[in-house]
Design a protein around this ligand. Structure first.
Ligand code: SF4
Length: 251
């Protein structure tokens, strides 16, 4: 087995072992709960579980309240992060079981994320805002290479790249065209932005938002009239609105 596979298989085996040990410990303590030390241990394990459950419940409450009040509640930011990171994979799995389209759940997650970001009213200087776009926005038969330097674009109007360049110049924010998640992460590392406006499909946006958390990201789902990853488009008003939001510190 190659080392990369061994690492993953090793980690899932270790996770299973930890879960089994925890279940075994609780079972053992429950069966032998009459000694004082076992009662203390049982109480500790139960308390830890309840704290985690409480954090998740506060996180869900935080999400609902933030959306409802349209303003951020700072003490609930950590529980919100824990709840979304822990529950999102479960929500996706449950959705699949009851036949809900994954992209529908992902787009709902992106909307909730955008609402939570907007509620925090970040005020960011133009040089610290990064507009991150996928390569598939470029017209497929355009001969110009823009991934190394987006300024190479001739702004012929054949795709959205030229308009995005104009937008970023008007507001003084940075623009990067990524050919995939690895490059998107590299741009984040190189540019060190304080806020990101990201254009991508539901899957890439969802994983990107989670990957670079707690960096604020307003996600805009691309339009795919010719199918995935081919001549995709974006609503420029939504992009401009997201840039303005970060530059003004609110809507
Ligand atoms: S606007 Fe024109 S030149 Fe620029 S990337 Fe699109 S097709 Fe190519």
């Amino acid at each position: 087995m190659y080392p990369k596979k061994r690492l993953f298989v090793g980690l899932i085996c270790l996770s299973l072992l930890v879960v089994l040990l925890l279940v075994g410990l609780v079972w053992y303590l429950a069966l032998n709960r009459f000694s004082l030390i076992n009662q203390i241990l049982l109480l500790s394990v139960g308390s830890l579980f309840l704290i985690l459950l409480g954090m998740v419940a506060f996180g869900i409450g935080g999400i609902v309240l933030t959306i409802w009040l349209a303003r951020s509640i700072p003490p609930l930011q950590s529980p919100i992060r824990i709840a979304t990171n822990l529950l999102f994979p479960i929500a996706l799995y449950l959705g699949r079981l009851i036949n809900i389209d994954r992209d529908l759940i992902r787009s709902s997650f992106i909307e909730v994320n955008n609402q939570l970001v907007r509620a925090r009213k970040y005020l960011v200087s133009p040089g610290k805002v990064l507009l991150l776009t996928p390569h598939c926005l470029q017209k497929a038969d355009c001969p110009i290479k823009i991934t190394n330097n987006v300024q190479n674009c001739k702004r012929c109007g054949g795709c959205s790249i030229g308009s995005l360049l104009e937008l970023t110049e008007r507001y003084g924010v940075k623009l990067a065209v990524a050919t995939g998640g690895t490059f998107a992460r590299k741009f984040i590392k190189d540019y060190r932005p304080q806020a990101v406006v990201a254009i991508a499909c539901e899957r890439d946006l969802t994983s990107g938002i989670q990957d670079i958390n707690p960096l604020p990201v307003v996600g805009i789902i691309n339009e795919r009239p010719q199918g995935p990853c081919f001549n995709t488009q974006v609503n420029l008003n939504r992009v401009e609105n997201a840039i303005q939001y970060f530059l003004k510190g609110g809507d």
